[in-house]
Write a protein that binds this ligand. Structure first.
Ligand SMILES: [Fe+2]
Ligand SMILES: [Fe+2]
Length: 216
């Protein structure tokens, strides 16, 4: 499981994690490896906090929906190319990372303050948003027939597209220490618009022309 903030980070930064998310969350990370930090805090918030209502809350839910939909696409690609362990693993990693992004949007839903001024409130009622969701559904249906080259192309396009713009804008406007920690981590090596094209190139180089042909 590729986490935005992994167990290693939590163990190295106990004070920060306890201050931001509570001792219970830290102890949970310490005692078992089965959940990511985002899984733990999403559960905690669901039990104890009130999600942001109305249009702003719905904007975060919409972004989570986008991220989970992209996760489905990568899961389908992992299935499509499962005969090659390297390619299979690559798409499973992307799927796990998108699941984390979706969970982060759900965590934001509980962190954003009611009285906060927000500028960006995408809605599922916007024509553009509905079209994007339909386009993702359509991509997912095409996956079983895709060549590896096409799958890489679609992946690069997805990561350069508006799903990441929506995610990034919603994440920055939460303006809370909890989410800022995640935003900071995502800006590093894990930022998808930058890292995914590079990881595809590295994977292609590892496979070589013969490996690529065999996996396609
Ligand atoms: Fe994402
Ligand atoms: Fe992504």
């Amino acid at each position: 499981m590729q986490a935005v903030i992994d167990r290693g980070f939590c163990l190295k930064n106990p004070v920060k994690i306890i201050q931001l998310f509570g001792l219970d969350v830290f102890v949970g990370m310490l005692l078992s490896k089965d959940k990511t930090l985002l899984q733990r805090i999403a559960e905690k918030y669901q039990a104890r906090r009130v999600p942001m209502p109305g249009a702003i809350g719905n904007a975060y839910k919409l972004s989570a929906l986008f991220e989970f939909r992209v996760a489905h696409i990568y899961a389908a690609m992992a299935e499509r190319f499962k005969s090659n362990p390297d390619v299979h693993r690559f798409f499973l990693d992307l799927r796990d990372e998108e699941m984390e992004h979706g969970r982060l949007m759900l965590a934001c839903l509980y962190q954003i303050a009611v009285n906060r001024e927000v500028e960006f409130v995408p809605s599922v009622r916007d024509q553009e948003m509905r079209e994007s969701l339909n386009a993702l559904r359509e991509v997912e249906h095409r996956v079983p027939e895709m060549s590896l080259e096409e799958a890489f192309k679609v992946t690069n396009e997805l990561e350069a597209g508006e799903v990441n713009v929506i995610f990034g804008r919603l994440l920055t406007q939460v303006g809370r220490a909890e989410t800022e920690l995640f935003a900071e981590q995502l800006k590093g090596a894990q930022s998808h618009p930058e890292s995914v094209p590079r990881r595809i190139k590295e994977l292609k180089a590892r496979l070589g022309p013969d490996g690529l042909a065999a996996a396609a």
